[in-house]
Design a protein around this ligand. Structure first.
Ligand code: OX2
Length: 828
């Protein structure tokens, strides 16, 4: 620490944040000329983006330092959000808006010969996530900062984010996303914060000086975790929180011996092995694939994060019994569940606490969020694999399970089946560790992410645990989205129009203020501006489509969008089948009939997991249909089909504000919540959707008349599946027609689509495409009809937006803070 005599000087020298255009420009030029070692003669857009980012980044660091100091002094309880995915997207625009320096920066770079829009385009997305789960984590850290809660995110610093998707001959082709190629101005490497993490080895029991039998974990491989800090600026507040991402490096001892003995090659390959741990994000969404490297990632990240959290706690010199008064840890799905075991290991093995005392601390510290009921997404690690990588953790799990089952046996003395059903260890061959059960047993609260989903987990996959613990342990926190990125940043014109009626931009922090635009829903002047903005956004997307797909789309057409990961349960196959149905219907029309058709642009986007054959086939079909329909002279502007390649956060920011209708059409009971549904409505698009996930709550908020719902309800899904399994049910006739067209080879060799067609036929139709097809087509018809009456349509759009306040992630975070984390905001 600095001697008292020098502190005054330090204080005088404290960095001043830029406050006007001139001071920004000085910083900018300084970064061009020194940080980047360039000059005005070789400063391209990339260099200008880097220099502008570094200038803004410096500002964030100043605010970050102040926040960390303040939070340390106040010494309040903190929330640590553990997520294997943070789908942050781009940082620069968000940082400017949150810090309130966009105008300064814009005109600052303008004077110097650059366009801010061009600079923003230089930034690669931080795409450290697959889909909704990772983007939710990104919205949550934004909200935690914006609402001044003391909280950190902990994740992995993947060198490769989600793969880039190209479309070649209609097929998805993946290439690596090396997002760090040109350095990343938004991270601060903390080489001094390094944690050793161990794998493999064995455990040994011995008797310590006090005569107690204790276990130690010895031997095995060691790697180092290095911290990289990403500042997370809150909106309209100085609070700038931290997202700490860990990268793996070989430990110094790691290769020294081999290197020393002249075995250079294997010393290098060993060190490369260490770096592999954080190298790449697993590209599966809602799917578990039990790879050892994935478990290594999970433990590596959890061990480093807990080490950090415990170290910070120990600095306060409080007793361990205070731990959960200072620390809340949220498990974003089961991916970090090993943290439950790791904390118990630290407390018992390293800190010498009694098992029961330690376990009380563990349970009161953790909360677990479940995001899916899909069986193929639930993590279950084979015991042999687990025990080999983490031998001591497996022992601890056996103990946790033993004590838990003893408790259950006391409660239900004669129920043997119950014990087998709720055991953390599944008695299969090989045995498996059920991570969700471990997460429930190790947490004080378990939550689902929308009302229906939270009800479903209580009555299906976690039913027995409700019997055991009572229903208070289980709750709902409906997901939310940050209005800063998903309204203000993505749709600045709409945000401005709303502000003109609300009276300020305060709605960006108190989204319920949107209500104030409801009285203008039928106001012709307001409607006109509303429509112009939608058209502007449609033109922006049309330009993107023209540039990347070479397709001309009419701005008068209804823009119908389905963008999300490609998955059978999300039913993009049903959407493209209905497009084919539309195509054959139009083709059979007379010229007179065609005049009545509402022109449509059907826009698809999304990545398939690389090994997901059926999803890849759906992408191929969409592209083949696009090829045929767009080049059919009979069709013209009445129907266009577009597949936007490489859907990601920054593309979402362009696509979402341009939609008239977006589709959220999962089989009822399969989509836990969905979050893009909220983004689309917030931007004035209406939903065509099933009675699933957050669609239900959106309907309640915006009113039934402002959403197009169809399809069977979740409660009938089991029955319908049962009927399908045991009866040879006929296909829906319209669907049959569509499948016949595919079979006829119009969209290329029918064999390509054989398995896709088969998957919706008879007893195979697990996602009930055939059962919902009729009501889907009817809902589509209603959309076509209603779109013709633009005055009513626009008033529905305004009314819907006015009632979206509930879906702010600030509200979701307040609920977590109050009912799970028990934390308070830090006063400014
Ligand atoms: C997703 C869910 O599929 C989606 O419905 C939800 O909105 C999102 O998480 C955020 O809660 N992997 N991704 C998800 O769940 C899992 C598992």
């Amino acid at each position: 620490s600095i001697p008292a005599a020098s502190r005054d000087l330090w204080q005088q020298l404290a960095i001043k944040e830029f406050t006007d255009k001139e001071s920004f420009q000085k910083e900018f030029v300084r970064h061009v000329e020194t940080t980047l070692a360039r000059s005005m003669y070789n400063c391209d857009d990339l260099a200008a983006y880097l220099a502008a980012s570094q200038s803004i980044r410096d500002r964030l660091i100043v605010a970050w330092n102040k926040t960390q100091q303040k939070q340390t002094t106040k010494d309040q309880k903190r929330i640590y959000y553990l997520s294997l995915e943070f789908l942050m997207g781009r940082a620069m625009d968000n940082a400017m808006l949150n810090a309130g320096v966009k105008e300064i920066t814009k005109s600052g770079v303008d004077d110097l010969g650059f366009k801010i829009e061009d600079l923003l385009e230089q930034e690669p997305d931080a795409a450290l996530g697959n889909g909704g789960l990772g983007r939710l984590a990104a919205c949550f850290v934004d909200s935690i900062a914006s609402t001044n809660y003391p909280g950190w995110g902990y994740g992995l610093r993947y060198q490769y984010g989600i793969f880039k998707q190209q479309i070649v001959d209609g097929y998805q082709v993946e290439s690596p996303d090396y997002w760090l190629a040109f350095s990343n101005p938004w991270e601060i490497p903390r080489y001094e914060i390094a944690v050793d993490v161990m794998f493999y080895g064995y455990t040994r029991k011995y008797t310590n000086d006090e005569g107690k039998t204790v276990s130690v974990w010895e031997g095995g491989e060691q790697v180092q975790a290095i911290a990289y800090d990403v500042p997370v600026p809150g909106y309209d507040t100085e609070t700038t929180n931290n997202l700490r991402l860990w990268a793996s490096k070989p430990t110094r001892e790691f290769d020294f011996e081999k290197f020393n003995s002249g075995d250079y090659e294997s010393s290098v390959s060993e060190s490369q092995k260490a770096e592999t741990i954080s190298a790449v994000l697993y590209p599966n969404d809602n799917f578990y694939s039990g790879k050892e490297l994935r478990l290594k990632q999970q433990y590596f990240w959890v061990a480093a994060s807990l080490n950090d959290i415990v170290r910070r706690f120990k600095k306060s010199n409080r007793p361990w019994s205070d731990f959960s008064d200072q620390v809340a840890i949220q498990l974003n799905d089961t991916h970090p569940t090993i943290a439950v075991v790791e904390l118990q290991r630290i407390l018992v093995d390293m800190e010498g606490l009694e098992w029961d005392k330690a376990w009380d601390i563990v349970v009161s510290t953790f909360g677990y969020t479940n995001h899916t009921v899909l069986p193929e997404a639930l993590e279950k690690w084979p015991v042999p694999l687990f025990g080999n990588l983490l031998p001591r953790h497996l022992e601890i799990i056996y103990n946790i399970n033993l004590f838990f089952l003893q408790k259950v046996e006391k409660m239900f003395p004669k129920d043997r089946d119950m014990l087998a059903r709720v055991s953390i260890i599944e008695e299969s061959s090989p045995q498996q560790v059920r991570m969700a059960y471990l997460a429930i047993i190790g947490s004080h609260k378990v939550n689902g992410v929308a009302e229906l989903h939270s009800d479903l987990i209580k009555t299906t996959i976690f039913k027995d645990f409700v019997t055991i613990y009572g229903s208070d342990k289980f709750m709902n926190v409906t997901n939310g989205i940050t209005p800063r990125r998903w309204l203000h940043q993505a749709n600045p014109k709409l945000s401005e129009l709303i502000a003109s009626k609300v009276g300020s931009y305060k709605f960006l922090k108190d989204l319920n203020l949107l209500k104030k635009i409801e009285p203008f829903a039928k106001d012709p002047e307001f409607q006109k501006k509303w429509t112009e903005i939608k058209r502007f956004n449609k033109a922006r997307l049309a330009a993107h489509i023209k540039k990347h797909n070479g397709i001309d789309v009419s701005l008068d057409a209804l823009f119908d969008v389905q963008v999300k990961r490609i998955h059978e349960y999300k039913r993009q196959q049903m959407n493209i089948f209905s497009v084919i149905h539309r195509y054959i219907t139009i083709k059979a029309m007379t010229a007179e009939e065609k005049k009545e058709v509402t022109p449509r642009v059907c826009i698809f986007g999304g990545k398939s997991a690389p090994g997901y054959y059926m999803a890849k086939t759906i992408i191929k079909l969409v592209n083949s249909v696009s090829e045929v329909v767009n080049n059919d002279a009979d069709i013209g502007d009445l129907l266009k089909v577009v597949f936007i390649a490489d859907y990601n956060v920054s593309k979402a920011e362009v696509i979402i504000p341009a939609s008239d209708i977006s589709q959220h059409i999962s089989t009822a009971g399969t989509e836990a919540s969905g979050t893009s549904n909220m983004k689309f409505v917030l931007n004035g698009g209406l939903i065509l959707g099933t009675v699933d996930g957050a669609n239900i709550e959106i309907t309640r908020e915006v009113g039934e008349e402002n959403i197009f719902l169809f399809g069977h309800l979740a409660e009938s899904v089991d029955d319908l599946r049962h009927q399908r399994r045991f009866n040879d049910l006929p296909l829906n006739p319209d669907l049959q027609k569509v499948l016949d067209v595919i079979d006829s080879g119009v969209f290329g060799d029918k064999d390509i689509y054989g398995s896709l067609v088969y998957s919706v036929t008879g007893s195979r139709d697990y996602y009930l495409v055939s059962d919902d097809f009729q009501s889907y087509l009817e809902a589509q018809k209603l959309v076509d009809k209603d779109f013709k009456d633009q005055t009513t349509w626009v008033s529905r759009s305004i009314t819907a937006v006015a009632n979206m306040g509930f879906f702010s992630s600030d509200r979701a975070i307040d609920e977590y803070a109050e009912s799970i984390w028990n934390i308070e905001p830090v006063a400014n």
